[in-house]
Design a protein around this ligand. Structure first.
Ligand code: HEM
Length: 139
């Protein structure tokens, strides 16, 4: 990075995917996210919005986040455009579900020791996406 030839070369900047620690770290974060959702009563409303088994959800969120963070496009390779809002329409998502999703993900990032500055930035991006997913007025 100190090489002057690299200065201003956007491609030389590490992606969030590289900064986070690659696939193993994204997988650990996603697994912790769903473990917390399953186990912690603080996330009971969020858990109730999900199917009985979370195994499919784990893989899909992991594949999606790899691409979203600038890594391999596992999700779009399998399913095409994410169309996230449309794919969430079958589930009732209000303020409670949004806030529990964000709190659950923030806790998962802390517990898997994501760099705090990066976690802060990702938390802000997640907040925008989660709010956009709301499809029910009120709490
Ligand atoms: C706002 C609160 C949210 C709730 C309540 C919610 C809930 C759900 C549920 C119930 C599913 C289906 C799981 C399954 O079929 O096993 C799902 C799928 C998914 N969610 Fe969310 N979600 C939320 C926010 C987000 C956010 C912020 C992201 C991305 C940053 C995201 C990414 C995904 C992805 C990639 C899938 C898989 C879609 C598919 O291919 O079917 N979700 N979500």
């Amino acid at each position: 990075m100190n090489d002057p030839a690299e200065a201003g070369n956007v491609a030389a900047q590490p992606t969030p995917f590289e900064r986070i620690g690659g696939e193993a770290k994204v997988r650990a974060m996603v697994d912790r996210f769903y473990d917390l959702m399953d186990l912690d009563p603080a996330f009971v409303v969020l858990r109730a919005a999900h199917p009985t088994t979370l195994e499919g959800s784990r893989d899909k969120l992991f594949w999606f986040l790899c691409g979203w963070l600038g890594g391999p496009q596992h999700y779009t390779d399998r399913f095409g455009h994410p169309m996230l809002r449309a794919r969430h329409l079958p589930f009732s998502i209000g303020v409670k579900e949004r806030d529990q999703w964000l709190a659950c993900m923030r806790q998962a990032m802390v517990e898997t020791e994501i760099d705090p500055a990066l976690a802060q930035r990702l938390g802000e991006s997640f907040a925008g996406t989660a709010d956009w997913m709301r499809n029910r007025a009120g709490a």
